[in-house]
Design a protein. Structure first.
Length: 290
């Protein structure tokens, strides 16, 4: 019994020593892997930080170069957006490579998934092509007031996928370039002049010659209204409860809204002073006599 106990002790000690040795090897491998992985992670972080700094620096250099050459603002925003995306993709590939992922395998994976990616990005590719068409044919530029896709505003930027508008109430709207290049776009800033129209109703019984003379005098007093093309004033229609007078004048595009609202105020004030009545809905009832 004693002999068996003595032989069992060395056997158990050997097992413990072997298990401890394996644990040491495993911990050492774990530490080595952690050191290597930590180095890769730190290196990847450094590459990312330095890369972002370099991208920002290159973007500033490109922006200064384009501004120095007086390139159109729309083309400037498009090129800067394109440069930012391309450099960011290169930076991501560099970071992935530093983390130990084979970039060749990564590229092969992207190539094998090309069909799926192409289908997923088909809309963005259409927007990219639309951006190129916009820059080539230039239906509008940065600073123009346009209307399209049910919205209107001032063109703020033309990016590679979207055109950014700022509305009159200071909202920012992103419209896909594909829709703008293939849809209807109304550019209110393209021409130097615009026509302003009014339809003014006066009461039946008013002297039309007096009304026209008063309107033409009001027009002549506003120096923002152009003499050529000549202002147009005519009897537009005999409506149910009013005689409608149409007024058409030409102004500089920048004066459009100022002239429109000021003329409304002036016509209302002058007509009241001249005794020219404005119509309002009314009902005349005739009572039959017995």
């Amino acid at each position: 019994m004693l002999v068996l106990l003595q032989t069992a002790i060395p056997a158990d000690g050997t097992v413990v020593e072997e298990g401890f040795s394996k644990l040491q090897v495993f911990l050492q491998q774990l530490i080595d892997w952690g050191v290597a992985a930590g180095g890769n992670i730190i290196g990847a972080i450094l590459i990312f930080v330095i890369g972002r700094f370099l991208i920002s620096l290159i973007k500033k250099m490109v922006s200064k170069l384009l501004a120095k050459r007086h390139v159109d603002a729309g083309i400037q925003s498009f090129v800067k957006s394109l440069v930012n995306i391309l450099l960011t993709i290169l930076l991501i590939i560099a970071v992935i490579g530093k983390l130990g992922v084979e970039t060749t395998s990564f590229a092969a994976l992207l190539a094998s998934a090309g069909v799926a990616i192409g289908m997923a990005l088909s809309g963005n590719l259409q927007n990219f092509a639309g951006g190129l068409i916009i820059l080539l044919f230039r239906p509008y530029k940065v600073g123009d007031w346009i209307e399209s896709q049910g919205v209107s505003g001032t063109v703020r930027e033309i990016q590679i996928f979207h055109t950014i508008l700022t509305t009159a109430d200071n909202k920012v709207i992103y419209i896909p370039n594909g829709a703008l290049s293939s849809g209807t776009v109304t550019n209110y800033s393209r021409e130097d002049t615009r026509r302003v129209d009014w339809v003014i109703g006066v009461e039946y019984g008013e002297n039309y010659d007096k009304v026209e003379e008063t309107v033409r005098r009001i027009i002549a007093e506003d120096k923002r209204i152009l003499a050529d093309p000549a202002p147009f004033v005519a009897l537009h229609a005999l409506d149910a409860s009013s005689v409608n007078v149409v007024i058409r004048v030409w102004v500089k595009s920048g004066d459009y809204w100022g002239v429109y609202f000021d003329m409304n105020k002036t016509i209302y004030s002058v007509f009241n002073k001249e005794g020219i009545g404005f119509p309002f809905p009314q009902l005349t009832v005739h009572q039959a006599k017995d």
